[in-house]
Design a protein around this ligand. Structure first.
Ligand SMILES: C[S@@+](CC[C@H](N)C(=O)[O-])C[C@H]1O[C@@H](n2cnc3c(N)ncnc32)[C@H](O)[C@@H]1O
Length: 275
């Protein structure tokens, strides 16, 4: 099974490890992308909505708040714990532990299926994952995908890459982007969803605000977000201690007066199933 953990050598689900940092520094960006996907999908009131690789529910919770009946699936126990709690006020909605590649839903279960920063990171299994979303969505339904517009993904990754380069230590290998370049751009995204069986497919680009921690605490705040990078995990205590100050400098340089760095840029792809 492929996963969308963007992990070079997965051992545990890294989203369990980074949960606290993700909720604070990652999810606001996801929420803004999810908002754009929901707006573009134009769902009818009370739709049955699937959020695949839902995490803590950036899209699922917004959809439930709008009155849709939502299923959010994920394989991270930590993410599912938060999502379950967040969906409790919405009786028609629930979180479920389910692999996006082995969904047990019957065909045509949903009016719409989404995946925000999810199944497009499945490597060779992306086509199978997209076919799965199409299978569980009814004829005339909608598929919505969100994917990064750069292989670095979130802007916090190139910042750490630069700090690691500035260690100027031959024993430290440069950080490399983990998002595949295969679905970078509207043409590739539109083709992927069309091949999965969608029509009337289109992709839009979205720039959203990206909050950054105070420079002095940024290393500790964001540390767990980098642990799915093997080269980051390989750093020694001495290297990490030197990196702390360099990273603070990168964050200081990147932060505007309002605490925001460069915007995060993503693509929202919407496709429709033939009637
Ligand atoms: C980058 S997070 C995105 C979470 C959420 N959609 C958001 O935008 O905040 C990717 C999520 O995919 C989940 N995931 C990874 N592989 C999965 C799989 N095979 N099936 C279901 N979920 C998976 C991870 O546990 C993680 O919560």
């Amino acid at each position: 099974m492929k996963d969308c953990s963007m992990t070079e050598a997965p051992r545990t689900n890294p989203f369990d490890t980074m949960l606290k940092a993700y909720l604070q520094w990652g999810e606001p960006v996801s929420r803004a992308f999810a908002r754009a996907a929901l707006d573009r999908a134009g769902l009818a009131p009370g739709s049955a909505v699937l959020d695949s690789c839902a995490g803590a529910g950036a899209l699922a919770v917004a959809a439930a708040q709008e009155g849709h009946r939502v299923r959010g699936i994920d394989i991270s126990a930590g993410m599912l714990g938060v999502l379950t709690e967040r969906l409790t006020p919405f009786p028609g909605s629930a979180a479920e532990h389910m692999d996006a590649l082995e969904m047990i839903y019957v065909d045509d279960s949903f009016d719409a299926a989404f995946s925000v920063l999810g199944v497009l990171n499945f490597g060779d299994a992306v086509p199978a994952a997209l076919r799965g979303l199409v299978r569980v969505t009814r004829p005339g339904g909608v598929i919505g995908l969100v994917h990064w517009a750069s292989t670095w993904g979130a802007p916090l990754f190139p910042m750490m890459a630069e700090a690691m380069t500035r260690l100027d230590d031959p024993a430290v290998a440069p950080l490399v982007p983990l998002v595949s370049d295969e679905y970078m751009g509207p043409a590739a995204l539109d083709a992927a969803l069309s091949q999965a069986g969608c029509v009337d497919v289109s992709t839009t680009v979205h720039e959203v605000a990206n909050l950054l921690p105070e420079p002095e605490v940024a290393f500790d705040e964001l540390d767990s977000m980098y642990l799915n990078h093997e080269r980051y995990r390989a750093l020694t205590d001495e290297q990490r201690s030197r990196l702390r100050g360099l990273f603070a400098e990168e964050v200081r340089a990147a932060r505007g007066a309002d605490g925001k760095g460069a915007p995060a840029v993503g693509h929202v792809t919407i496709g429709h199933l033939p009637q």
